[in-house]
Design a binder for this molecule. Structure first.
Ligand code: SF4
Length: 304
């Protein structure tokens, strides 16, 4: 079956265009702010401008939410654009404030896609959503691994309460290339978070926070560990979490896809002693970064 022939339940998608090797589909969504549950259940809503993700990380749990098994296997090579997202969010924010006049909603963008994946540079859907959100001032957390976010500094600085989580799960570039070959380099992500920090003022009126999420911690070569940790001084918070165990049965475990399971074999020197390696890394983080708060897992994912 060619990837253009995927079937998606809501309606038959058409290939909007090719973006590199990615098939891009264009669909109307029923809602754009969805009730947050599970791991990020402390938020009011998740906000996913896209479905699917061009970065196609080998360990991504979001692949399990693909519309069908063919698309799940082809994770990383298709994206569904929620073309009516901007129109929807305005309506949904108005509705929220009608019911909760003095309570800004907490929004996590995004839980099953990267809002700044490469095609965002062309489509600018995330940018459109930010523009509409500014007058409503939600408490917003943006989760990404993309330097494209720096394009939106002009909008990001207008939020009163914003946290940017930059995902960097390893300090070893060769490991990054194995586990996430389509994603931006570690240095590009570090440069991006540094640029955001430098250009977005944090003051009483605009409480802007920056985290690095090391979730899950991937292998890191001993010689890369300390230099990597020292580069994380620019942020306020680190969130760290171990890789899910290969023995976990849940379909949502991070090892769902065979690519990640195969890589765990390649990095046996790490995974055979994973909890020891994880604990050593965590101790090293705490020792080297005294001014950065370190959270493990779920506890670090909120704005506060
Ligand atoms: S960037 Fe995030 S959503 Fe995209 S494939 Fe990687 S882990 Fe999944």
């Amino acid at each position: 079956m060619k990837s253009q022939e995927y079937s998606v339940r809501q309606s038959t998608p058409r290939v909007l265009e090719k973006f590199g090797n990615t098939n891009v589909y264009n669909l109307d969504s029923k809602t754009i702010l969805n009730k947050a549950t599970g791991y990020i259940g402390s938020y009011d809503f998740t906000l996913n401008p896209y479905r699917g993700c061009q970065y196609g990380c080998s360990y991504c749990y979001a692949a399990a939410f693909s519309p069908n098994s063919q698309m799940r296997q082809d994770w990383g090579n298709w994206v569904i654009v929620k073309q009516n997202a901007v129109e929807l969010i305005e309506k949904e924010l108005k509705k929220w404030y009608k019911r909760n006049p003095n309570k800004p909603p907490t929004i996590y963008m995004s839980s099953v896609t990267d809002p700044y994946q490469p095609l965002e540079s062309q489509i600018q859907l995330t940018r459109g959503l930010l523009s509409v959100m500014i007058p409503y001032q939600p408490i917003l957390v943006i989760q990404t691994r993309s330097p494209i976010i720096v394009r939106d500094i002009d909008l990001l600085k207008q939020f009163k309460r914003l946290r940017v989580n930059m995902s960097i799960p390893t300090g070893s570039e060769s490991v990054r290339k194995d586990f996430e070959p389509q994603s931006p380099s570690i240095q590009a992500r570090l440069n991006a978070i540094g640029k955001l920090r430098h250009n977005i003022p944090d003051n009483q009126d605009h409480q802007i926070r920056f985290s690095i999420t090391i979730t899950p911690l991937l292998p890191i070569f001993p010689e890369d560990e300390t230099p990597f940790i020292c580069k994380l001084e620019v942020i306020d918070r680190i969130v760290i979490q171990a890789f899910h165990s290969a023995s976990q049965k849940s379909v949502l475990a991070a090892t769902t896809r065979k690519e990640a399971v195969n890589l765990k074999e390649k990095y046996k020197w790490w995974y055979d002693n994973e909890s020891e390696k994880y604990n050593n890394f965590l101790e090293n983080l705490k020792a080297l970064l005294c001014d950065v708060e370190v959270f493990e897992g779920k506890a670090g994912f909120g704005y506060d």
